[in-house]
Design a protein around this ligand. Sequence first.
Ligand code: PEP
Ligand code: MG
Length: 755
Amino acid sequence: MRSSLGGPRVLLRRLREVMAEPVSAQARLDKIVTVIAANMVAEVCSFYVMRADNTLELFATEGLKREAVHMTTMKAGEGLVGLIAHQAEPLNVQDAQHHPAFSYRPETGEEIYQSFLGVPVLRSGNTLGVLVVQNRAHRLYTDEEVEALQTTAMVLAEIIAAGELKSLARPGTDIAFTRSLALTGQPLSDGVGLGYAVMHEPRVVISNLIADDTAKEQKRIDEAVADLRASIDQLVDRGDVLHGGEHREVLETYRMFANDPGWTRRLREAVQTGLTAEAAVERVQSDNRARMLRQTDPYLRERLHDLDELANRLLHRLLGRDMIDGRVILPDNAILIARSMGPAALLDYDRSKLRGLVLEEGGPTSHIAIVARALGIPAVGTVENITGLVEAGDAIIVDGGAAQVQVRPQSDIEDAYKEKARLRARRQEQYRSLRDVPSVTKDGVPITLNLNAGLLIDLPHIEDTGAAGIGLFRTELQFMVSTRMPNANEQIAFYRTVLDAAHKKPVTFRTLDIGGDKILPYMRTGEEENPALGWRAIRIGLDRPGLLRAQLRAMLKAAKGHDLRVMFPMVATVDEFDRAKVIVEREINHLERYGHDLPNSIKLGVMVEVPSLLFEIDEISQRADFLSVGSNDLMQFLFAADRENPMMAARFDPLSPACLRALKKIADAGTRAGIPVTLCGELGGRPIEAMTLIGLGYRSLSMSPASIGPVKAMLIELKAAGIADHIDTLLDKSNGAPSLRPHIESFAQAHGIPV
Ligand code: PEP
Ligand code: MG
């Protein structure tokens, strides 16, 4: 084979004509392979499609025996074609039959062909098929030919994605692109949701693959790349923390990739083969993805996201669209799919239409998980490559409790989940029937079950769960969903609404816990290497007392005629609490001086979530009116394990001796000082953990609304004295065990306690 006839651009133009012809899917494929073979002066051109059973099936051929079409199959990894699919990389060999992976298929009659060039048909990094050309003569195909075949493969990927080939699959088989997938991640928010995929950051859909004028496309890509570089330079120079929360480090990575000569060269080459500028970006990115997805190094895989993001920015530029598009309009029954998402972004969506959430990142104590739970949206995190495996509009089922995601499920699977959802609804009904049952253990110990809340949408839950009050009101959530800093009157009105909705049930407001991953878009806080350990929560409050003072004043005014309970987040030293109290006292004096009515009572508490406080627990207990354990942060800092990092999510068990002793120490200190101790981290909302906490001496827990029913169902069957003895014994004999969970579970089982 010499150089191809007319080159790739002529080929693409021919393909475009074939695509437009009103013929059957099979006839179109037959024509396509004929056109490719003729253009590339190849004796053979064959197209294999990946089936759902991970088998490649010959769908069309020019040159091999026609009888082999839909008959010849091979497993991914088997033969040269299988090898290409497996490695997702082109294979170019002069002497195919002597390649170690060669497997002979007599029905095809391919023994006479020596040279072999095959490329994967990729979409979003996933292999959908393999395209092959073969020649009799011994020869190595040129780089241009490899490139041309890859470009052609992209057209075939579009045909597959358009669903045109579904009907051609052999009866009883499915093509891989539409196959059902069962994926597992980590449980973020309980519940079962059925619906259709909506991409949080939709990939740009490219409708025009084939260029009319390559020189024009070349110019477009060059300009877009230059433009992209300039915009990134500008962002880096401004040192901005952007809307999406991008930090300097990420921008520096973008800058590095955007200036990588290899990337721009490959983009230009792809345009040279006759693609439009947009299609060239997609082509290059699909190769990148395929390569990166096979990496096991998490750092390199993370870079894949940076490259994806960069490609996406380039596409937006080419299409003249703003990156920060308006919100996607949700269909009914939407399952939101995202790589990662901040809590504020989730709150922007219309809750009434969201049926589920699936993330590539996100651990169970991340803030997005907390917000998903508060909204009652079933959610699963850490689902690998979900944004690459799902197309907008795909049917998806999310099972938050089991951490399962079903993509394009078969009808029997769908029926099973519908049944599960029905059962769950019935169980919820039973929990609701517990609403007015007193929250008292079997041996008569009252346990206060409070709600965690933060937004107006949470307020009706006080009524419908029968909670004793609000144990943690995360005031920062309201700040996070605002486009600007809420002013004094807005804050007063908001806190008053909360207190009124509680109908005299106690509400514990937590002062602003911003910083870490909770960023206010309108407040610049500067870059930090380790934001979770940085300038956040009460630290900001004490350093910039203006903000804290304004918030406290608003709370004091709003609570006129009510009891006011306020607690401070992330207190690390006794002195910090003392200083916060001084600020409160000053505000009280100020209001008194100007004749304002004050709350009926004011109680000031401390969140115990920084381990240093464990070693001053008696001193802090003497000063505080109450303690509230923030177990999410306490666990994170106790074990030095980032709560937002899914790789850490299951690594350390809160039911470990270390954690239980820490929790016991806090409960005991409260008893000694005669002040109430509650716990408001996610721990308190899980029945088995809640049972353990009762055993450790906790008499008050605060949790998301959906947890109240299951926790109450547990405790009304529990004898507090029994679990206390059991936990004491277990702690005495723990002897280095990483977790006491199995023993605690056996206790629950032996005593018939529903956990
Ligand atoms: C905690 O840390 O456990 C807590 C309740 O606060 P947040 O999750 O808002 O940090
Ligand atoms: Mg916290």
